[in-house]
Design a protein around this ligand. Structure first.
Ligand code: NAI
Length: 241
């Protein structure tokens, strides 16, 4: 039987890196995303993968994508990597920005997970959500983004308890700054550079997408069979300063 893992935001950055690692383990990654061109390019890059269009903020998209994925094989895993980033002082934010951040980073993850649960249950699958160091402690100009990642983290910790009876594990990875298109957009929009960021890290550099992907693949696998409800920092020691 074919084993699949659904990856939201799987056409870029951390999600795409996780897909490449999982494909190397013989799993068929199902790459969810909103951009057809990026989706096809990711599908070409990752052997055995399949791109399925899905905007996680749309219930019907989540329903349709999970149904399509279930027709391919056993859904052994769900990676919640779709996310957006904004920063700024709270008093400069708009209602639309608050709405969009939560709709994507929190409600989207909840909707997609809800659709996937019946299939994960029958496959005794596993869930990994990509949160952030911004959820673990205060981050300047990050009150909204940090709040979305804090909500996502709490969601997964309670879900882990709720699903344990079914043998479904749910965990969180909490990356620091990772070199991905999201980080490039962040630096372009808000300033700063990777060299400057390096100095914040005990390991003297920012992270690579594959370094988060490896942890995601481990948490999804049987090697992590006794780990659930955990938050695993992948941040080069950032949150230990
Ligand atoms: P990325 O931008 O390369 O990948 C995120 C993907 O999610 C993109 O393809 C984007 O189009 C997609 N996405 C956004 N909204 C969506 C929606 N409504 N429906 C479907 N897909 C949607 O960024 P990256 O860095 O790979 O981020 C992955 C996750 O890691 C995000 O949740 C991000 O918040 C988190 N993260 C990233 C860090 C970094 O420094 N790169 C640090 C900490 C957390």
């Amino acid at each position: 039987m074919i084993q699949t893992v659904i990856i939201s935001g799987g056409t870029s950055g951390i999600g795409l890196a996780a897909a490449e690692i999982l494909a190397g383990e013989g799993i068929r990654p199902i790459l969810l995303g909103r951009n057809e061109e990026r989706g096809k390019a990711a599908q070409d890059k990752v052997p055995g993968s399949l791109y399925i269009p899905c905007d996680v903020t749309k219930k019907e998209d989540c329903e349709r994508a999970v149904k399509a994925a279930s027709s391919i094989g056993n859904i052994k895993g769900l990676v919640l990597s779709a996310g957006i980033y904004t920063e700024g002082l709270l008093e400069n934010t708009t209602d639309e920005e608050i709405q969009k951040l939560f709709e994507t980073n929190v409600f989207g993850a909840m909707k997609l997970t809800r659709e996937a649960i019946p299939f994960l249950r029958s496959a005794k699958g596993s869930i990994v959500a990509v949160a952030s160091d911004a959820a673990m402690r205060g981050n300047v100009q990050c009150s909204l983004y940090g709040a979305t990642k804090g909500a996502l983290t709490s969601f997964i910790r309670s879900l882990a308890l709720e699903m344990a009876v079914d043998g479904i594990r749910a965990n969180v990875v909490s990356p620091g700054d990772i070199d991905t298109p999201l980080l490039d957009r962040q630096l372009k929009e808000y300033g700063g550079n990777k060299e400057e960021m390096r100095e914040w890290y005990p390991l003297d550099r920012i992270g690579k997408a594959a370094e988060v992907g490896e942890v995601i693949a481990f948490l999804l696998s049987e090697k992590a069979s006794f780990i659930t409800g955990a938050i695993v920092p992948v941040d080069g020691g950032l949150t230990d300063w």
